[in-house]
Design a protein around this ligand. Structure first.
Ligand code: C2E
Ligand code: MG
Ligand code: MG
Ligand code: MG
Length: 283
């Protein structure tokens, strides 16, 4: 009896694992088809000067048009990374975003592009050449491109990643640490890394004014970041109180639903005449 039960449990477990493997394989096959069928899209979220409301740059965020709706990256980036599909997908996002932003700049709008990368992309063969080619083909100057990575990518087994990013940085490309404060790149380590920008993680910003420790930590990150000569961007600004505190702390750049939501290229173009975030209307 006990043996029967135990055996059953093993079978149930195996069935779960099986279902999981099948789901992942199906997802991988779906992604592969989606890439061929051009079912991906890029949305852009403005990065805004919190003092003037001027749009400084846009962050490209990949979307998958799937089953009648846009799937957010967290639902498919893991599978895209595991299968290596992130490499051609990332190249597609890079080319698309460089073209869009270069076109906006050609209409005398001085904005930059920020692009998210994963380790798998950076360590892929010809990564540096791929970025250089996208810049050359679109005419986007290197100084208008920011590459976003998370702390772990620069700290864990990161020699090759740091070397490749440094080569691009020498061309004038900027580097940003995304989700700053959630990993373990200490503020001291920042001095040794080839970094220009830190993006404070939303988990700090959401605590502003509600949590003393998070408020104090945010203030410290802004101050030390500026002391190190870095640009500091606050992410995930959702309410006016957070915005006020950030301004008071001297944090001059931000992103978040309050400031501007991610939108398609046409949505960004509606901001072009004045180059200002919709925040203007809410402030
Ligand atoms: P991230 O780079 O930290 O991007 C910020 C995420 O926060 C985006 O989610 C954005 O839509 C969301 N967001 C912006 N403002 C707010 C706000 O006020 N409140 C809240 N709750 N969320 C806000 P999204 O688009 O789902 O992207 C998730 C992550 O996927 C990104 O985090 C980035 O790490 C990754 N990702 C997106 N596009 C790409 C890509 O093309 N390549 C790679 N490798 N990763 C990407
Ligand atoms: Mg990012
Ligand atoms: Mg982030
Ligand atoms: Mg993130």
């Amino acid at each position: 009896r006990a043996k029967e039960l135990g055996g059953g449990r093993v079978e149930v477990f195996a069935a779960h694992m099986h279902a999981d493997v099948v789901r992942r394989l199906e997802l991988a096959a779906d992604l592969r088809r989606a890439l061929l069928a051009e079912q991906f899209a890029v949305e852009y979220q403005p990065v805004v000067d919190l003092v003037t409301s001027r749009v400084i740059a846009v962050e490209a965020l990949v979307r998958w048009w799937h089953a009648g709706t846009y799937s957010p990256p967290r639902q498919f980036l893991g599978a895209a990374e595991d299968t290596g599909l992130i490499v051609p997908l990332g190249e597609w996002v890079l080319a698309q975003a460089c073209r869009d932003v270069a076109a906006w700049r050609a209409s005398a709008w001085d904005i930059g592009l920020s692009l998210n990368l994963s380790t798998r992309q950076i360590t892929a063969p010809r990564f540096v050449e791929t970025i250089e080619a996208a810049l050359a083909e679109s005419g986007l100057p290197p100084s208008a491109l920011t590459l976003e990575v998370i702390e772990e990518m620069l700290v864990e087994d990161a020699e090759e990643v740091v070397e490749r990013l440094s080569r691009l940085r020498e061309l004038g490309v900027r580097l940003a640490i995304d989700d700053f404060g959630t990993g373990y790149a200490s503020l001291a380590l920042l001095r040794r890394l080839p970094v220009d920008i830190i993006k404070i993680d939303p988990s700090f910003v959401s605590g502003l004014g509600r949590d003393d420790a998070l408020t104090m930590l945010t203030r410290t990150i802004v101050r030390v970041g500026h002391d190190l000569g870095l640009t500091v961007v606050a992410e995930g600004i959702e309410c006016p109180e957070q915005l006020e505190l950030l301004r008071e702390m001297g944090c001059t750049r931000g992103q978040g639903y309050l400031v501007a939501r991610p939108t398609d290229a046409r949505g960004i173009e509606t901001l072009m005449p004045a180059g200002l975030s919709p925040l203007q209307n809410t402030a």
